[in-house]
Design a protein around this ligand. Structure first.
Ligand code: MN
Length: 196
């Protein structure tokens, strides 16, 4: 099974505006994005480019800058690299229906031997983020099956502030979830429940 088969099978591309399942590589091959997604539940999707796709985790509470806080991150299907551009509305009745915001985006660098695929297979990836909101050293550690923990390492970018509350807007358009829903014909009231 190729990496994007599951992504493709879950979606009807005539109905959802999400990008097609196509492998590609960015210039440095190390794109990261965090998408805030008000679907049936609010969550934050962390995606790291590796071998032509975005490895993806759904983080219900979003990232924490506090090294004492371990955030549950559920591994989900690989997404196409083009998904990092997607901000909009997934229509009612489609997989992941709701409003999607590009909450943070940038590049990352793996720490250690630099082999992202091998680190993920082992269930322990350490990496540095170069985003607008998220910076410095982080870890993703698998606890069992699809269940991982996202943890901020202690460094100059660690903080006690709740970044999901202090920086709630789209890093690309400056919109709230409710603004995106209003602009793209989505459910504004539902989207607004994800705005602080
Ligand atoms: Mn999602």
């Amino acid at each position: 099974m190729s990496a994007l088969d599951e992504y493709r099978k879950k979606r009807r591309f005539g109905r959802t505006p999400e990008p097609a399942a196509q492998r590609k590589k960015t210039a440095n091959g190390r794109l990261f994005v965090v998408q805030k997604h008000r679907a049936s539940h609010l969550h934050y999707d962390l995606r790291l480019e590796s071998d032509g796709v975005l490895k993806s985790w759904a983080v219900p509470k979003g990232p924490s800058l506090d090294p004492k806080v371990k955030r549950l991150a559920m591994a989900v299907e690989d997404h196409p690299v083009d998904y990092a551009e997607f901000e909009g509305v997934i229509p009612v009745g489609e997989y992941g229906a709701g409003t999607v915001m590009v909450w943070d985006r940038g590049t990352y660098e793996p720490e250690g031997d630099g082999n992202v695929a091998a680190s993920l297979a082992k269930g322990d990836l350490k990496f540095r983020l170069h985003g607008a909101k998220l910076k410095g050293s982080w870890a993703l550690v698998r606890t069992r099956n699809q269940q991982w923990l996202l943890i901020k390492h202690r460094d100059e970018h660690a903080a006690s502030e709740d970044i999901t509350l202090t920086a709630p807007l789209s890093v690309v358009t400056g919109r709230r979830l409710a603004d995106i829903a209003a602009d793209e014909g989505g459910d504004v009231a539902q989207a607004a429940t994800g705005d602080p």
